[in-house]
Write a protein that binds this ligand. Structure first.
Ligand code: GDP
Ligand code: MN
Length: 376
């Protein structure tokens, strides 16, 4: 689950990370009021679950409250990477002497949270990672001990030669690590971590992604979810109890089981297609889930063909077939559909589908090939 910058800021501030005071505004008038309170010279920042807001025009400096209101007017209602901006954060504009990067990401390879720092922070950090990876320094955090003082200080010196600044950065790294554990984050970033002309080290941006599996035992973090800022198809899927991730391709996939869903996506690619989504309808037998799944898949205009891949175990193929028939009688499909099912109650399923005028395949390769061809 993505948090907004203002939410991530509050968490980091609670952990003692130094950053300028700020407030959110939902209208230009509110932006003006907040900007006046903060001294007029402010930065106006789109609150949206996307990185690269600066480059997209979603971060703007204002010299006074009137300009802050004008920037807010422009930024509110912007669409950044497909997501609408409903609020802006207003923070006092800080004079920047240098921008660096500090982030922690849970890393599968080392099975640990990895702290990454770079003196080349700011809006081009992706470019730094791609072109000059030697400018990014990494340290895997041992979960038994957490981030130790001397480790943090070592990385602090990678950012700043001055002891006082290296210490300040190390302190921020330890607080960031504490926050990661406290909220169950899979990613926490400060970019930029800046120095001001007088030498102060400050966080000017905050990004936190919380691992969805951590939400059940952290209701206060789960309550931070802003569904209005999320992809509508992912919201609908979550509410229907489906595991769904929207992708860029044209083959809409409806599969039972996460492993089979991934294998299906791989096979779609293998045959030259691209999956439009990951979707696991789960192990239970419930025609309504199939109806919900089809509704979500067909709402995506990039989908040019739909592929069902069902391996009936606990999931009964006839339930899935009934779901398909129910769904297509409620909303006729505008794109071709290929159905592959095998396993529990396969014969009944084939009967149900044949009666409704749909072909049913049992071979996975054949089904994927057909779906890719039809989506082309
Ligand atoms: P992002 O592009 O979505 O990561 O948004 P950021 O909050 O990181 O802002 C992008 C860039 O705007 C930063 O790298 C800074 O260069 C600049 N910026 C943000 N806040 C301030 C500020 O208070 N003062 C100045 N001078 N620049 C700022
Ligand atoms: Mn940033």
């Amino acid at each position: 689950m993505n948090l907004h910058e203002y939410q991530a800021r509050e968490i980091l501030q609670r952990h003692g990370v130094p950053m300028p005071e700020a407030a959110v505004a939902a209208t230009p008038a509110e932006a003006r009021t907040v900007a006046t309170r903060l001294g007029g010279k402010v930065v106006v920042k789109a609150q949206v679950h996307a990185g690269g807001r600066g480059k997209a025009g979603g971060v703007k400096l204002a010299k006074d409250a009137a300009e802050a209101a004008a920037h807010a007017q422009q930024i509110l209602g912007m669409i950044i990477k497909g997501l609408p901006v409903h609020t802006v954060l207003i923070a006092p504009a800080v004079e920047i002497a240098s921008e660096s990067y500090v982030g922690i990401i849970v890393d599968r390879a080392s099975q640990r949270p990895v702290l990454m720092v770079s003196p080349a922070g700011g809006i081009d950090i992706e470019q730094v990672a791609a072109q000059t990876p030697q400018k990014i320094h990494r340290l895997a955090i041992d979960p038994r001990f957490g981030l130790l003082g001397h480790q943090a200080l070592g990385l602090g010196f990678r950012l700043y030669p001055a002891l006082s600044q290296a210490r300040a950065a190390a302190d921020i790294m330890q607080k960031l690590a504490a926050a990661v554990y406290a909220v169950g984050a899979s990613l926490a970033e400060i970019n930029p971590l800046v120095t001001t002309p007088d030498g102060t080290v400050l966080a000017l941006d905050a990004k936190i992604v919380v691992d969805d599996n951590e939400l059940e035992r952290r209701p206060e973090i789960a309550a931070l979810r802003d569904a209005s800022a999320e992809d509508p198809s992912e919201v609908a899927a979550r509410e229907a109890g489906l595991t769904f991730i929207k992708l860029e391709g044209s083959v809409g996939c409806c599969v039972n089981g996460a492993g089979l869903a991934m294998a299906t996506m791989d096979l779609v690619q293998y045959y030259g297609g691209a999956p439009a989504n990951f979707l696991d309808i789960g192990g239970s037998s419930n025609p309504q889930k199939v109806v919900d799944a089809l509704q979500i898949i067909t709402a995506d205009h990039h989908v040019k063909a739909i592929l069902f891949n069902i391996f009936g175990g606990i999931t009964r193929c006839d339930d899935v077939a009934n779901g398909i028939v129910q769904a297509t009688s409620q909303f006729p499909l505008k794109v071709p559909m290929v159905v592959r099912l095998t396993g529990t109650n396969e014969r009944e399923a084939v009967e149900i589908l044949t009666k409704a005028g749909y072909a049913a395949l049992t071979d996975m390769d054949e089904a994927v090939k057909q779906a890719v061809e039809r989506a082309a």
